[in-house]
Design a protein around this ligand. Sequence first.
Ligand code: FAD
Length: 500
Amino acid sequence: MQNALTSICVVGGGTAGWMAATLLSSALRGSGIQISVVESPDIATIGVGESTVPSIMDFIQACQINLKEFIQATSASFKLGIRFDDWSLPGEQFFHPFGRVGKDINGFDFYQAWLKSVADGSDARWLDYSPGAIMAEQQRFMLRPLQPQNWVQAGYAHALHLDAALVASFLRELCLQRGVNRIEATVNQVVLDHRSFIQGLALDNGGEIHSDFYIDCTGFKGLLIEQSLQTGYLDWSDYLPCNRAVTVQTKNVAPPVPYTVATAREAGWTWSIPLQHRSGNGYVFASRFCSDDKAMDTLLSSVQGRLLNEPRVIPFVTGKRKKIWHNNCLALGLAGGFLEPLESTAIHLVYKTLVHFIKHFPDRDFDGDNERSFNQKIDQDYEEIRDFIILHYCTSGRKDSEFWRWCQNMPVPDSVREKIRVFKKRGQLEHTPGQFFTSDSWYAILEGMKQRPHKYHPLLDAFNSDALTRTLNENRQQIRHEVQNMPSHHDYLQAHCPAL
Ligand code: FAD
């Protein structure tokens, strides 16, 4: 007998909680497993978390959500990547696009062909070969055709900027229609059995919940996974020193751009996330280099448009639970861990955790090997993203404040050090299947930070330089031509999915 689960209880009604209930209600359809969500009327959600990466589109598809309805209901805009201002040096700018950069030439990684073209005297930028970067530069957008007609149409990807509160409401409604049981209450107590499995939850309204499995979506405090099960926290603040953010929302003063802007500041960086109806803004900073008051001043002097709420400070500790899955509890969202939002990866990690969980879906025997295999996979995902974020700090050329001088000599994990060392030799990075950030993403940051390899692949010299120049010129022209025929991002939103 399979000894199947009969019930799952999600604790917390923020983005993570409702994403879990929505995806599980799709994936477990027909299984007879009852899904409940406990949503507290008294404890607020964090209210930030509005920039995403392309896996949000996979989530939307896996949940059978109508994209147009979702965009309209959440006031979302499209995102083609992140523009990094002042990171390599003040006044410098670069873009990290989603999707491909260039197309491989005779089986060689395009980056290699581009390095040779530079050695041959070309002054075309690496990003001139990125459909997504050129679309962003020209503020144009259209959804990628279902059957792309050429490599340019196939070469870009997009994500969304969305309103976190509206996302929670949208997903809540959908879950209720799909038979998810919503319980409005605050959990007062978590009851464990003698094996340290969760036996039940005591609610503030006097009720109790008994479920086979629990998903902890209670935010930073991790009510189940940490306060009760005490799995421990892996603190990565030594690598990523930012530990606070001050945030504020503003009215838009211009149509939303199709990218997030991340601007390096004296003790961290600020974000600007444009939605259709407003913008989200924040300053992520390291408290050992900057006070809350100073951070607030920096943020307020950088934003445009009328303030729509009171600025507030959010402290955080970068890292993750030592075990994201323990016994009959999965930690999701902020309850599982938090890497600072520089590459907008938290909602992606919620989705990825759920995908691994569904692959490792337990029965009531709770096989330890299954739990271990899951934890290994999700640990790799967290470490990969941590490393990629570290890359942005340790390769910056800034030395103009105490914070940036610290970054010049910051501790760097061996995994990052090794990747940079390999890159510097001849710019050839391997992509491991399953990793989120491709070699193109690493090249985009390294190129943006003015890091170049010493050589390129020796067989590229067998290429005829004139023919290579011709091909690359044609590729650039093809991108420009395709992009010029696209509508502006603003027109596209207005025509296809204006906010409700
Ligand atoms: P929360 O939104 O905090 O929700 C917690 C829920 O638990 C609430 O509903 C609360 O009521 C409930 N709860 C708590 N205690 C109890 C209890 N005792 N009983 C019942 N319910 C309880 N992510 C991105 O992907 N992109 C970004 O750009 C991004 N930017 C960020 C910027 C900052 C400064 C921070 C801190 C985070 C950012 N994130 C970002 C992360 C993102 O905010 C979260 O991943 C996402 O919102 C999920 O949050 P959550 O649901 O885990 O937690």
